[in-house]
Design a protein around this ligand. Sequence first.
Ligand code: FAD
Length: 352
Amino acid sequence: MTDYLIVGGGLAGVSVAHVLRKHNKHFQLIDSGVGGASFAAGGVYNPMVLKRFKMVDGAAMYLDRMHAMFDEISREHKKDFRHPMPILRRLSSFEEQNEWFLASERYPQYLSDTVVRSDFAGIDAAFGYGEVYQAGWVDVIGFLQFYTELLEKENCWRKEEVTYSKFSFESGFIRYGQQTYRNVIFCEGTAVLRNPFFSYLPIVRNKGEVLNIKTTVDTNGNMIKAGVFLMPLPNGDYKVGATYNWRSPDNGPSEEGRKELMEKLETFLKCEYEVTAHFSGIRPTVPDRQPLIGKHPQIEGLYALNGLGSRGVMLAPACAELLFDFIENQADIPQEVNLSRYAARWQPMDRI
Ligand SMILES: Cc1cc2nc3c(=O)[nH]c(=O)nc-3n(C[C@H](O)[C@H](O)[C@H](O)COP(=O)(O)OP(=O)(O)OC[C@H]3O[C@@H](n4cnc5c(N)ncnc54)[C@H](O)[C@@H]3O)c2cc1C
């Protein structure tokens, strides 16, 4: 019998795999290879909600856990997928400057108490920038590819679309096909809406699109945030993102998304640029904007980690640790992130 089956190899599933591997658990991760939101993500981590100058709930704990995971990977494999860099939030008026100063008094660990006056040729920022500390981005695709190859070498990974009707439940274990598992953790992002065991969770699809561009601008290693972010990439190009679309029925890159990003970019980028790539994906969001971690309301041994929304990079490592401690050490999962807060939506099954 295998200790764990993980379904889904995006940021959620791979973060769970990292924790299980660290604790020498015997597990299999199965991923369909279709690729979810993680493969489109800009990879930004940022302790602040910059639209409202508010801190992300639990930011310090999430950042600590995220760095701990990448430190562990870097120590073992001599590879680091993080690119720490300040975010310069472009301020658009004297009123916004004042709001920034008020916010910086509340969050001095994350926000500069002065307005930064950096003149980047080609960027219009008459009111300067507020600087966000402890931010950066993670090369998500590089990280997921590296981890997937590692798990494949260790015979812990396989490519397959998991079929929910193949699960059966027996006392003390769960059967999937020919294999038996003690625990199954579902990490399928928005595909959970097709999962009969967890589709009761209030996951809302939110389509996002990003562009890569070539431009003459040089932001000197800073990420600019001004409606959209403009993030320098190692090859000299920049990433521009992201859109948030709750209504789009399809998953692919769209003309509408490209136009929206270019219009927002051109409000502050005043030089030539060329679009070199266009990506899209569907974020698994939750109405109360908190992740979903925990056990199934009825079926023993079934768990989910989902609802990472627009902050999967920062949230996934801590959520994976919370779930592991809950399963193995009977530790509590805080109510605000515990999927039990939606248990009333579950319609009990007669036959399991
Ligand atoms: C355009 C865009 C930009 C973003 N930018 C950022 C950013 O800058 N910073 C940030 O923190 N977050 C960002 N996000 C959000 C981030 O991508 C998500 O929070 C995160 O990727 C969710 O990860 P996940 O593992 O839960 O889901 P997913 O990444 O969707 O992974 C789910 C996986 O499950 C697999 N799967 C599904 N069903 C099955 C099945 N039946 N059998 C086998 N496998 C299955 C899929 O193939 C997939 O690999 C962005 C999202 C988008 C779309």
